[in-house]
Write a protein that binds this ligand. Structure first.
Ligand code: ADP
Length: 460
């Protein structure tokens, strides 16, 4: 039927340019392992920042008492409290609230923003019900998940490097964000204090570790992507003070900045050039939810010019980011013979009528991009595991090791998830991959931060 002959070669070239056969995966895993090692040696040693979290005490399940968490990472923030009952009772009660940040505060002063956060926290704390108990004389402690670039200086302090994600708040950069929050709470007369400052990936690892002692790595695959893992302090040459009690520390890789040996296409290069951060976050631009739909849009636009939809050039497809990752995921779930669901989505988003042969090509494009993303994410995970294994044979591959996964992309895109698992199995072989358990740990980061506040409580 109607698809022009010019379209097929574009698909063939795309599939070739973004192919991830085993040698490519192996190269990516090896390069990830090498970058992890180089970033641990010295600051600036590789694309990966390898940020020290100063988290050296992981949750064990024995934590007891009332703890709060505060999660600021975007236009919403969440407050949460949890009553922990120790090994037997575990999570006795938990409550949370989400508060959206008024637009003007994203462009205001540091004091205004932190005053707003502190007052929302105060209101939430006032509603503490009878399921929650604080021993007399103790201060309520908070685990603070703060997902902006921070130079961490201890478990409970960190200097903001810069605001991102649309925040343009004056007067915070270069300051300790924990001090900013503590000062705001003091201005309000709110008697609470921050016991742990963590990145969301670190929170996810802690949250998953509470339930499972074998969790060693956490990965976020949502709008963006990041990974962290449990490292031995003696394998961190750049760590100034080696006097950790446990000999372990969670390290935040910031792996979105990885760029070595990735199979990139003309569409990736153009998207990168048009982005607000050209040349940066290349791994993130290849595997994360913010970008997969946009890459597909760029391919479809080129195909359109070669007659994918006959003579019609859908104007709507000219707008960057109109095709979102949930849309390409939805199109891949259509198993009907005429791909009617794909047709509806294309009509809705691009305003075009399509015939089944064009829809089939669109699905093939989505699949090529999701397949590359999932398989490269899997190779990245193997790279981290491989580095850990190299330092102590058998510690990772010789026993059950869990990788905790979170984020909307991993959660809602089944093909992506299978491609990720498939790459891990291909790289490790069937025997070793039986030991590597990739597990979805939903929304563990909030409770993880509260658990880290408990594990690092000064009132122990
Ligand atoms: P964030 O990463 O923004 O903190 P999430 O972890 O919830 O939040 O991830 C949201 C992202 O997940 C979206 O930006 C989108 O890219 C991706 N996503 C959400 N729903 C789907 C879906 N149905 N299919 C594929 N990807 C999805």
């Amino acid at each position: 039927s109607g698809v022009s002959v010019g379209v097929a070669p574009i698909l063939t070239k795309l599939e070739k340019d973004c192919a991830t056969p085993l040698p490519v995966l192996r190269h990516v895993a090896d390069a990830m392992a090498a970058d992890v090692r180089a970033g641990l040696a010295v600051d600036g040693g590789s694309d990966l920042k390898m940020i020290l979290s100063y988290v050296d005490t992981l949750p064990t399940g024995n934590e007891k008492g009332l703890f709060y968490a505060l999660d600021l990472g975007g236009t919403n923030f969440r407050v949460l409290r949890v009553q922990l009952g120790g090994k037997e009772e575990r999570v006795v009660a938990t409550e949370f609230e989400q508060v959206s940040i008024p637009q003007e505060l994203m462009f205001g002063t540091s004091e205004e923003l932190f005053d707003f956060i502190a007052s929302a926290l105060a209101k939430f704390a006032q509603k503490e019900g009878e399921k929650f108990h604080l021993p007399p004389g103790r201060t309520r402690e908070i685990g603070f998940t703060f997902s902006f670039p921070v130079k961490q200086t201890s478990i409970k302090s960190g200097i903001l490097i810069k605001w991102t994600k649309g925040f343009v708040v004056s007067g915070t950069a270069g300051k300790d964000v924990v001090a900013c929050l503590n000062e705001a709470m003091k201005r309000l007369g709110l008697d609470m204090q921050v016991s742990a400052l963590v990145n969301d990936t670190v929170g996810t690892l802690a949250g998953a570790r509470y339930w499972d002692d074998d969790v060693m790595v956490a990965v976020i695959l949502g709008t963006g992507t990041n990974a962290c893992y449990v490292e031995r302090t003696d394998a961190i040459p750049k760590l100034p003070d080696q006097t950790s009690t446990s000999g372990l520390m969670i390290v935040n890789t910031e792996w979105g900045a990885f760029s070595n040996g990735l199979p990139l296409t003309e569409f990736d290069r153009e998207m990168d050039a048009d982005s607000i951060n050209p040349g940066e976050q290349i791994f993130e631009k290849t595997i994360s939810g913010m970008y997969l739909g946009e890459i597909v849009r760029r391919v479809l636009l080129k195909m359109t010019k070669s007659g994918l939809f006959g003579n019609s050039i859908p104007e709507k497809l000219l707008t960057p980011f109109v095709l979102r990752t949930p849309d390409i995921s939805a199109m891949q779930q259509d198993t009907s013979r005429d791909l009617g669901g794909v047709g509806s989505i294309l009509y809705e988003i691009a305003g075009v009528n399509s015939d089944p042969s064009a829809r089939k090509i669109v699905v093939d494009v989505c699949d090529a991009i999701a397949k590359r993303g999932g398989r490269l994410a899997g190779a990245g995970i193997v790279g981290i595991l491989q580095k850990m294994e190299e330092d102590s044979k058998g510690r990772i591959f010789g026993k059950r090791t869990v990788v905790a996964m979170d984020g909307g992309l991993y959660e809602h895109y089944p093909q992506y998830r299978s491609y990720l698992q498939e790459a891990v199995t291909e790289l490790l072989g069937t025997e070793i991959s039986k030991n590597i358990v990739i597990e979805h740990s939903k929304d563990g980061s909030g409770i993880g931060a509260a658990l880290l506040a408990a594990a690092n409580s000064k009132c122990e």
